[in-house]
Design a binder for this molecule. Structure first.
Ligand code: GRF
Length: 225
């Protein structure tokens, strides 16, 4: 049986598209969005993947939204409590999901939730990373795939891709260069997890990562225009 994943999105879903196109040995159990107009939902429907919209505005507070989201995800992941293979717990893949989680949520998915962030973490956590990279005069920018923990954009880093910041860059040209790398990096990490080359487990505040072929987790493309 293929390991199950649930992908959470809020927007256009280009990372979701890259994951779908990569023909990974995973079962896309569902794509869930907090926004009904997220473009990625249509991509999922076209691929025959169940979709759900859980609008955070319909809930009184973060805790209640997170609780509802958790119930839906768990329904799709169908994690088996007896299995010794961590892949049987499934993976929650954040692909442009624009919500901050409660610690109850991150704890529940500890060691089985990953995110892609458009910067070379730990630099430039949060929003507007490309403009902030330009404003700071950074010469090397990129993206990171990391394990999600309670602190926003601070979980253990699994893989990174670097891109140059070119003198005539603006926010959109830099974002496009990074996004191209995201679309290669995320499928690569998810494939490694699915094939058992990347093992993540968390106990309390400690996350243990074991990766074979770790050279695959650094993308450093040639300077390009
Ligand atoms: C990406 O830049 C990703 O790094 C960030 O949100 C954006 C999502 O883009 N977390 P898309 O919806 O996958 O096209």
């Amino acid at each position: 049986m293929l390991p199950r994943v649930v992908v959470l999105i809020s927007g256009r879903g280009s990372n979701l598209a890259a994951l779908l196109a990569a023909q990974l040995p995973i079962h896309f159990a569902a794509v869930i969005s907090n926004k009904a107009d997220a473009g990625g939902l249509e991509l999922a429907r076209q691929a025959g993947i169940p979709t759900e919209v859980i609008d955070h505005r319909a809930f009184e507070d973060r805790a209640q939204f997170d609780q509802a989201l958790m119930q839906h995800i768990d329904h799709y992941l169908q994690a088996s409590p007896d299995s010794t293979d961590p892949r049987d717990q499934g993976l929650v893949i954040l692909a442009g999901f624009m919500r901050i989680f409660s610690s109850a949520f991150t704890e529940h998915y500890s060691g089985r939730m990953v995110n892609i962030h458009p910067s070379l973490l730990p630099a430039l956590t949060g929003l507007h990373t490309h403009q902030r990279a330009l404003d700071a005069g950074i010469k090397i920018h990129g993206c990171s795939v990391h394990v999600v923990t309670a602190e926003l954009d601070h979980g253990p880093i699994l893989a990174q891709a670097a891109v140059p910041v070119l003198p005539d860059d603006d926010e959109s040209s830099l974002a496009a260069r990074v996004l191209k790398q995201e679309h290669q990096l995320y499928p690569r990490v998810v494939r490694a997890w699915a094939e058992g080359h990347l093992k993540i487990s968390s106990h309390g505040p400690f996350t243990w990562i074991h990766s074979q072929h770790s050279e695959h987790f650094l993308q450093n493309p040639a300077t390009e225009h």
